[in-house]
Ligand binder design. Sequence first.
Ligand code: BTN
Length: 249
Amino acid sequence: MENAIYLDEVDSTNSYIKRRLANNDGFADGCAVTARLQTAGRGRLGHDWAANEDMLPLSILFKDPPERENLTARVGLAVCEAIESCYDGGTFDAAPVAGIKWANDIIIASRKVCGILCESVFFGDCANVIVGIGVNVSQSADFFETADLPHAASLLMLTGIAPERERLFENIVERVKFRAAMPFAECYGEYKRRVLNLGRQVKIISPIGERVAEAVDVAPNGFLVCRDESGVFEVNSGEVSVRGIDGYL
Ligand code: BTN
C-alpha cells in the first residue's frame, strides 16, 4: 500500500508519528504506520493499551482535517465497516455486526474489539490529528484475563476467524480516509444507527466531576445528546468519557 510504513516493533504508532512531525521530516497527510508489535501503546485518559503480537496497531496522520470535532465519530464508523467487510464473502455462519460505544470503542457482541485514540498536535495554524486505532485481532481469552480487561475480546474469540492483518490494516486505512474526507452530514444516519448507547443510562466523566444521565440521541455534529433531571445537554468526546451504568455498555 502506498503511503504506508510497516515496522517490526514500535513503542506506540501514535508516538512514532508525533516524533516524525517534531523532526519535520516530511511525514505527509494521509500517511499511515503499523507495526507487528507495539510495546508501549497508549489509550485514552492516560491509560496503557495492552498488546502483544495479536493486536493490530495503526495510526494515520491528518493535516488540518475538516470537522475535527467529529473526526473520531467518522473513524469509528469506518472501522466498523472495515471489520465487517473482512468477513464478507467468507464461509461464516454469522458475520459480525460492529457497533460503537460512543465515542471511541468498537463493540461486537458486547465486547470491545477496538479502541481509538485521536491526538491533536498543533504547528502554527495547522492542526495535525493523529488517529490511532488498536484492533484486538487474535488474542486469546487468557490475554484479556491476565490484563484484567473483562469487557474486551478479540475478533478470533468472537468469530472463530482472525482476519489477515495486512488486509485488515489496508482496509481500515482506506475506509478511514474515505470517511474522513466526507462531510459528517453524509455519515450521520449510518453513524447514529451504530451508536449502542442510545436509550441507555450513562455516566459522563469530565474533569469537573461525574453526571448520570440517559443517552437519547446523537446531535448533527456527532455530540452525544443526554438527558437528566435538569434537562437535555450535549457532550463532546474531546472533553468527557462515557461509561455504561449497567455493565459495560
Ligand atoms: C482506548 O480505547 O483507550 C484507545 C486505544 C488506542 C490504542 C491505539 S493502538 C495504535 C495507536 N497507538 C497508540 O499508542 N494508541 C493507539
